[in-house]
Design a protein around this ligand. Structure first.
Ligand SMILES: NC(=O)C1=CN([C@@H]2O[C@H](COP(=O)(O)OP(=O)(O)OC[C@H]3O[C@@H](n4cnc5c(N)ncnc54)[C@H](OP(=O)(O)O)[C@@H]3O)[C@@H](O)[C@H]2O)C=CC1
Ligand SMILES: O=C(O)C1=N[C@H](C(=O)O)C[C@H](O)C1
Length: 268
């Protein structure tokens, strides 16, 4: 069995650490490189240190060298960093798994463009449970397509920098598509003051930030006299890391193309 050689960007970040731990425990993957931004105190230290395992791989600060050493780059950083790493992966002909959220339209277009030359999995949530919930939402929206108000509520830790979460936005997209609506036109991001009555076609988003909440998402379908709530709660970041490794294996042997976790999990 050939092992997929993995490089990890943002090695000292919350997801970077979790990914390193997952790769080191996975018999089908090999940690080829891990890197951080130059000047961070983690550069030069063993990548497995925070997982309590000696990996023999020192955290570097040269993205090009790290990506060149691997078959696949897994990137959970920030949009500006991811786009730099994406250009390098494209130049070097390497696969890439992108978990970073918060891209603008130009960033998403750059990912689609790069995927003409290299294989890319780009998904706002790598957890199997959340991807199952996307399918449940499709079905719920299909059934509750009239008379039910749709609200997406998400909660995350105090360190998260983008809102609403990428997952909440994808939930909104899935529901809007099923209802024949354009999310850009119907999304309401928070309410304040005299807002007037709720418009039936809107999809509302509410964001909570606090403490160490890993990630909770609820979609509320509220009718007159009844309501349905579909909720996913993350208790650990490991499902995101394990999903990313599944994605890296899915990309092995592919030459190009833009995929998401629905493709990886065969849910399309
Ligand atoms: N798709 C999914 O399943 C999931 C997605 N995410 C997303 O992943 C991303 C990272 O989350 P998380 O690990 O919690 O964040 P952290 O802030 O803990 O880690 C981010 C890492 O990226 C580095 N980084 C930041 N900016 C840049 C840059 N411009 N260039 C290169 N490296 C950079 C940071 O380095 P430094 O310390 O120097 O800033 C840090 O090492 C977020 O967008 C989050 O929403 C998170 C969980 C699951
Ligand atoms: O920043 C996080 O932590 C998470 N971000 C992703 C998102 O924005 O949807 C996925 C998960 O919810 C955790």
């Amino acid at each position: 069995m050939t092992q997929v050689r993995i490089a990890i960007a943002g090695a000292s970040g919350r997801m970077g650490r979790m990914l390193i731990e997952a790769v080191l425990k996975d018999g089908e993957a090999q940690l080829a490189a891990a890197f951080d931004r130059p000047g961070t105190p983690f550069v030069g230290r063993d990548a497995g240190e925070m997982a309590g395992v000696a990996s023999g791989v020192a955290i570097g600060d040269d993205p090009r060298a790290a990506i060149a050493a691997a078959d696949c780059l897994i990137d959970f950083t920030r949009p500006e960093g991811t786009l730099i790493h994406l250009a390098l992966a494209r130049e070097l002909g390497k696969a890439m798994v992108i978990g970073t959220t918060g891209f603008d339209a130009a960033g998403k277009a750059a990912i689609a463009e790069a995927a003409r030359d290299i294989p890319v999995v780009f998904a706002p949530n790598m957890a199997v449970g959340v991807n199952a919930m996307f399918k449940l939402l499709e079905q719920a929206a299909r059934i509750l397509n009239e008379g039910y108000d749709v609200e997406v509520i998400e909660a995350h830790h105090r360190f998260k920098v983008d809102a609403p979460s990428g997952t909440a936005l994808r939930m909104g997209e899935v529901i809007a598509r099923e209802l024949g609506r354009d999310l850009e036109a119907c999304a309401i991001y928070g309410r304040e003051g005299v807002t007037g009555e709720r418009k039936a076609e809107t999809i509302g988003f509410s964001t909570i930030r606090g403490g160490d909440v890993v990630g909770d998402h609820t979609v509320l379908f509220a009718g007159i006299g009844e309501r349905i709530e579909i909720t996913h709660k993350s208790g650990s970041r490991m499902p995101y890391a394990l999903g990313s490794l599944r994605a890296a294996r899915f990309l092995a042997g592919r030459r190009s193309g833009l995929f998401d976790m629905q493709d990886v999990l065969g849910l399309r």
